[in-house]
Design a protein around this ligand. Structure first.
Ligand SMILES: [Zn+2]
Length: 635
């Protein structure tokens, strides 16, 4: 890790050699007990913590750890980060005696394992030289014994696409979006707290089509449509989607659409983000952004995690939660969290006492993952990894990562559904309390559609109307919202792909056989024309609501624009980009009514060329218009 070699001043001649005893060691990544019962995830940042006691006098020490991937070496020396304060009062090897040292990094000798020593398999390690940090004198350590071992197990990485949902509100209008810091905190927190070595993190800023103030259900409806377009465009169907919504214009309470009982990365969620001081309840978090653990909670729902029922109206849905008060540990403090920290944000490493910190699925303060949730999310990640193998990971130099799946096969795990007609994604916001609904996005799909892994809900159906007056009734997937408070209406999301006959003219959403929403499709839309990227001049840029002057903007014409309106059955546009000659596409807009889209060129900065396409739809049919490959540097 590039730590400087321990300085070795001449041993002072005075006094007997200092001594101490090794009372225990622990290998931890996010949460652990002294017995090491929590599995260690291969390639995840790992701390080895040595607990020294019975010092001959109070002293501050540094030390070395000797590590090897084989029983007989060769051995590599790792230096401790920071020092350990040895205190005769903190001695003994019983769990109760170790607790005070486990719950504070200042009293343990801590080592960060180099990444190559955390690959899948067995690690041998033993404590090496320990020195008085002040005098440099070597400390004789009793009780070190033979080398110990731990085993690292492979775990799939977390695949996450964060949609930064931008909105405009106020007079004069002001635009709000999550900041770069919010996004960095989210990626970092998940990497530190979740049972993963890494987060395959991508993000895109998308204009919300719902009018502010919208609720998370509406945000989720847009995410579901974006995700369906992305998967149809060849993106990895194992990717979870999360919507981040800045609290600059108001606080949008987070919600997940469904707690899937079986692996289902199509469950989406959205939540707020902002500086910690923007909500008094979040003041325990001082790192500058609360969207990270808040997002960790909503994402937890999409990995099948329920509320254990602690603090501020958290519903009690998980009777198996093992610890009192939503704590990370029982009263004995057997489980201790550790935050390995992140110098880039920065967040300092810290031990997180298990009776002070609470599980991320509660609504309590001091949020972290309990061992219960940590194991639960890992189990679900493994199950999702079986269904949706992780594509070849070109960021990883590893050659032994067994979580790796097929190479670049973006449709792996996606089965072709039986299609009789055009596959159309339907995203509808439902209020069960009022028995009302809105078709938010009706999106014809080009390319493969992921198999629907969520169960059909018999209360709902889609009744498709054909031109001749006949109808066909199709089953739908309904995803009830979670993270409601008690007096919220009972809401949810229809998030389903149906095969619609080419001659269909409309559809109704049925709830218990009664129509609660109606949709009329337009005819075949015209094809977008004159696609080009231009930089608007100062006069053409229209301030907070539109692109800034000088920003590259994709523009297009719609030959039928004079005769069509936006809205149900009206024409809307989706925009996608491809940096691999049209093999795969990422979605930049869905449900848009403007014929211009500001481009965030950072999205394509890794590529030489990018092409764009505009999907024009009036409901069940769609036209596609594509640009040439454009040099990214000229955008
Ligand atoms: Zn929740």
């Amino acid at each position: 890790m590039g730590a400087p070699a321990i300085e070795r001043p001449r041993e002072a001649a005075a006094g007997p050699q200092p001594t101490a005893v090794l009372d225990g060691v622990e290998v931890t990544q996010a949460v652990q007990d002294i017995g090491g019962s929590i599995p260690l995830v291969a390639r995840k940042m790992t701390l080895v913590r040595a607990y020294l006691g019975s010092p001959s006098a109070p002293m501050s020490v540094r030390g070395e750890l000797r590590v090897s991937r084989a029983a007989n070496g060769p051995w590599t020396t790792v230096s401790s980060f920071g020092t350990a304060a040895l205190d005769p009062a903190r001695s003994g090897s019983s769990p109760a005696q170790l607790r005070g040292r486990r719950e504070d990094l200042a009293f343990s000798l801590d080592f960060r394992l180099p990444r190559r020593f955390t690959k899948q398999g067995t690690l041998w390690f033993k404590l090496g030289a320990v020195r008085d940090a002040t005098t440099g004198r070597k400390v004789q350590i009793g009780g070190t014994g033979n080398a110990r071992t731990v085993t690292f197990v492979p775990s799939p990485l977390l695949r996450l696409r964060v949609i930064n949902l931008r909105y405009t509100t106020g007079a004069p209008p002001v635009q709000f979006a999550a900041t770069k810091s919010d996004l960095e905190h989210m990626e970092s927190w998940l990497t530190r707290a979740y049972p993963v070595a890494r987060v395959r993190f991508s993000t895109v800023t998308v204009d919300a089509t719902a009018t502010w103030p919208f609720q998370a259900t509406q945000a989720n409806a847009q995410l579901a449509a974006l995700r369906a377009l992305d998967v149809a465009g060849g993106q990895d169907p194992g990717t979870h989607y999360y919507g981040m919504v800045s609290d600059g214009g108001g606080f949008m309470r987070g919600r997940a659409s469904a707690i899937p009982g079986a692996p289902d990365p199509s469950a989406v969620a959205s939540g707020p983000t902002g500086p910690n001081n923007s909500s008094p309840g979040f003041s325990w978090d001082t790192d500058g952004s609360y969207g990270d653990w808040y997002g960790g909670h909503e994402l937890g729902h999409t990995f099948g995690r329920f509320h254990p029922g602690f603090c501020n109206g958290n519903s009690a849905d998980d009777p198996a939660y093992p610890f009192p008060n939503g704590q990370v540990s029982g009263a004995d403090g057997a489980f201790t969290g550790v935050d390995v920290g992140d110098p880039d944000i920065p967040v300092a490493p810290a031990a997180l006492p298990g009776v002070v910190w609470h599980d991320v699925m509660t609504y309590c303060d001091f949020q972290w993952l309990s061992p219960y949730t940590y194991r639960g999310i890992r189990d679900r990640l493994v199950a999702e990894g079986m269904l949706f193998p992780v594509p070849y990971d070109d960021d990883d130099e590893d050659d032994d990562d067994s979580s790796r799946g097929g190479r670049g096969d973006a449709s792996a795990g996606a089965a072709e559904p039986p299609v009789n007609g055009t596959p159309v994604h339907v995203s509808a916001v439902v209020n069960l309390t009022r028995r009302t609904a809105d078709f938010s996005y009706v999106t014809p799909l080009v390319g493969p559609t992921a198999a629907q892994s969520a169960p059909i809900d018999d209360r709902f159906a889609l009744r498709v109307r054909l031109a001749d007056g006949t109808t066909r009734t199709l089953p739908v997937v309904f995803k009830p919202d979670v993270c409601q408070v008690a007096d919220d209406d009972d809401t949810g999301l229809v998030d389903t792909v149906v095969a619609v006959d080419p001659g269909a003219v409309g559809m109704d959403l049925l709830l218990d056989g009664e129509p609660v929403a109606e949709y009329s499709a337009g005819g075949t839309p015209s094809t977008a024309a004159n696609l080009q990227v231009e930089r608007l001049t100062g006069a053409a840029g229209n301030g907070a609501e539109g692109p800034a002057p000088g920003e590259p903007v994709l523009t297009w014409d719609d030959p039928a624009a004079a005769t069509t309106d936006a809205g149900p059955g009206g024409v809307t546009y989706g925009v996608q980009a491809s940096t691999d000659q049209g093999r795969t596409w990422t979605t930049l807009a869905v449900g848009a009514t403007d014929r211009q889209l500001p481009l965030d060129t950072e999205q394509f900065s890794d590529a030489d060329r990018v092409r764009f396409r505009v999907l024009t739809t009036s409901g069940f049919s769609q036209t596609v218009s594509t640009t040439e490959d454009l040099p990214v540097e000229n955008l």
